[in-house]
Design a protein around this ligand. Structure first.
Ligand SMILES: [Zn+2]
Length: 434
C-alpha cells in the first residue's frame, strides 16, 4: 500500500491517493494532513506516468551506447512508465524473435513498459516487408512499425505496409525524409548552412514524404503516424489532412521545440540530429501545432551515442541526442511557461494520447479509483541544472548540458511500484544513483 497526501492534480484539485497493489484504490479530497508513512506531496503535482512512442535503446547490438536496462533507468528518471523501442538495432527488430527478446529484457528491467516497435522492411533495407504479422502475433504484440532512422521511400512498399497493418489495427510510423533530397545532408538547409558551408537538408525533403504518405493513408484507409515533425510546412500538411478526416497522427521532439539551427554555427556535434534543428519560425509553428492538437504528442527520439561517436568532427559524428530525462522539463519550459499548454493538455500530449495511439491500455489513465497506478510526482516550482555526468542513461549526448530547466521529479510509480523514490531510481547502484 502506498499513500500520497496533498497532491495537486492537473485540474487543480488537491487530493489524497491510496494505491493498493497495482491499482489506485482511492482518491479523496485532501484532508490537509500528512499521515504517517505516506508521501508528502504538498506543493507537488501528480500526473499519469509519461508514455514515449519513440525511444532508441540500442540493445541488441550497441550495448556500449544503451541497454534496455539503462534506458529504463533513464525513462524512470524522466517520469516515463512506458517507452517504445525503435527497430534500428543490430540485428534489426524485424522478426518475432528480436522483438520478443527486447520485450523480455524490458520485463526483466521492470522499471517501465518496454514496447518494441517492429521494422517495416527486412533489415531496414526498404525493399521487402518484414514479418509484420508474426511480430503482431508475438508476445510483444507489436502494433507500431517503423524503419525510423531511414525513410520507407518506395511508395509501393509504403502502400503495402499501410494495407497490411490494417488487419490488426497497426500503425506505420514514418521517418519522413526523401533520401534523394538529403544525400550527405548535415544540417537544415538555410542561411546558416550556406554561411558555414555544411551540406543542407531542405524542409521539402520532409514535407514531400509527409504529403505523399497522407495521401497514401487516405487512399488505403489506414493509420499513419509522422515521426518527429520539424517544419512549419509539415504542420500545415498535417493540419490539412486532419481537416480532411485522414487518420494521421504526428509527434514533435522536445529538442525541436526549443533549439534552432543557429546553434550549429560552432560545429559542435552535440547539435547534430536527424531530422535537423530548424529555424525559429519552424520552432514557433511546432509549438503552435502542439498547442492546437495538430501535433498529437511529444516523443523523445532518445538517441544515445557513446562519446567517441559524438566527440569528433561534425561530418564524422553520429546523429542524435538523449532525451528521456529532460523531456518533461523542456516541455514545461517551452509550453507551460509560455502558457501555450495547461497541465491537463500536457498530460494529454505526453501520456493520454500516446497511450491511445499505441493502444497501451494500462497507460495514460485518469487518476481515479480503479486505474492502474502509473504516476509521477513533480515539483513544478523547483528547477535543476542539467549535468550530463549525472544522467542515468549510459550515454551523455544531451544538448541541454548546463541549462537550468523547470520541474523536478520526486517520485515515479509504475504498476503500483515505486521506481523513483525521492529523486532516486530504484536498483541503480554506485555513484550513478545520484
Ligand atoms: Zn527518426
Amino acid at each position: 500500500m502506498i499513500n500520497i497526501s496533498n497532491a495537486k492534480l492537473a485540474d487543480g484539485s488537491v487530493v489524497d491517493v491510496e494505491i493498493d497493489n497495482d491499482l489506485i484504490s482511492k482518491v479523496t479530497k485532501s484532508s490537509g494532513t500528512v499521515s504517517n508513512g505516506s508521501i508528502d506531496a504538498t506543493g507537488q503535482i501528480l500526473l499519469p506516468g509519461l508514455v514515449d512512442l519513440h525511444t532508441h535503446l540500442r540493445e541488441p547490438g550497441r550495448e556500449d551506447a544503451e541497454t534496455v536496462l539503462t534506458g529504463s533507468y533513464a525513462a524512470a528518471a524522466g517520469g516515463y512508465t512506458a517507452i517504445s523501442s525503435m527497430a534500428n538495432t543490430y540485428p534489426v527488430a524485424d522478426t518475432a524473435g528480436v522483438v520478443e527478446q527486447i520485450y523480455r529484457l524490458g520485463k526483466d528491467a521492470g522499471l517501465c513498459d518496454v514496447n518494441p516497435i517492429g521494422a517495416v522492411t527486412k533489415g531496414l533495407s526498404g525493399e521487402q516487408l518484414a514479418e509484420l504479422g508474426a511480430m503482431a502475433d508475438s508476445i510483444a504484440r507489436v502494433r507500431i512499425f517503423s524503419d525510423d532512422g531511414k525513410c520507407v521511400s518506395d511508395p509501393l512498399i509504403m502502400r503495402r505496409a499501410l494495407e497490411y497493418v490494417k488487419t490488426f489495427n497497426g500503425i506505420i510510423a514514418q521517418h519522413a525524409q526523401e533520401p534523394r533530397l538529403t544525400i550527405n545532408a548535415q544540417m537544415n538547409e538555410g542561411s546558416v548552412s550556406s554561411r558555414i558551408g555544411l551540406p543542407g537538408w531542405p524542409a521539402i525533403a520532409e514535407e514531400s514524404i509527409i504529403a505523399r504518405d497522407i495521401l497514401l493513408a487516405e487512399h488505403v484507409q489506414s493509420r499513419l503516424h509522422i515521426c518527429h515533425l520539424t517544419t512549419a510546412g509539415g504542420v500545415e500538411l498535417v493540419r490539412w489532412a486532419k481537416k480532411r478526416g485522414i487518420n494521421v497522427t504526428a509527434e514533435v521532439t522536445p529538442h525541436h521545440l526549443l533549439l534552432t539551427d543557429e546553434l550549429v554555427e560552432n560545429y559542435d556535434p552535440i547539435y547534430k540530429v536527424n531530422p535537423p534543428l530548424r529555424t525559429e519560425k519552424d520552432v514557433m509553428a511546432l509549438r503552435e501545432g502542439l498547442a492546437e492538437g495538430v501535433i498529437d504528442i511529444v516523443a523523445t527520439d532518445h538517441a544515445p551515442h557513446p562519446e567517441e561517436d559524438k566527440d569528433c568532427e561534425w561530418q564524422a559524428a553520429a546523429f542524435g541526442m538523449v532525451g528521456l530525462e529532460t523531456s518533461l522539463s523542456v516541455v514545461i519550459k517551452t509550453m507551460i511557461e509560455s502558457k501555450m499548454l495547461d497541465w491537463s493538455q500536457l498530460v494529454d500530449r505526453m501520456s493520454i494520447r500516446p497511450a491511445q495511439i499505441a493502444g497501451y491500455k494500462t497507460q495514460g489513465q485518469s487518476i481515479q479509483a480503479g486505474s492502474v497506478a502509473n504516476l509521477l510526482l513533480l515539483d513544478p516550482s523547483a528547477s535543476w541544472q542539467v549535468d550530463r555526468s549525472k544522467l542515468k542513461s549510459k550515454s551523455r549526448n544531451t544538448p541541454f548540458h548546463g541549462m537550468t530547466l523547470p520541474g523536478v521529479i520526486s517520485h515515479v510509480i509504475y504498476n503500483g511500484k515505486q521506481t523513483v523514490i525521492a529523486g532516486r531510481v530504484l536498483n541503480m547502484d554506485g555513484d550513478k544513483n545520484g
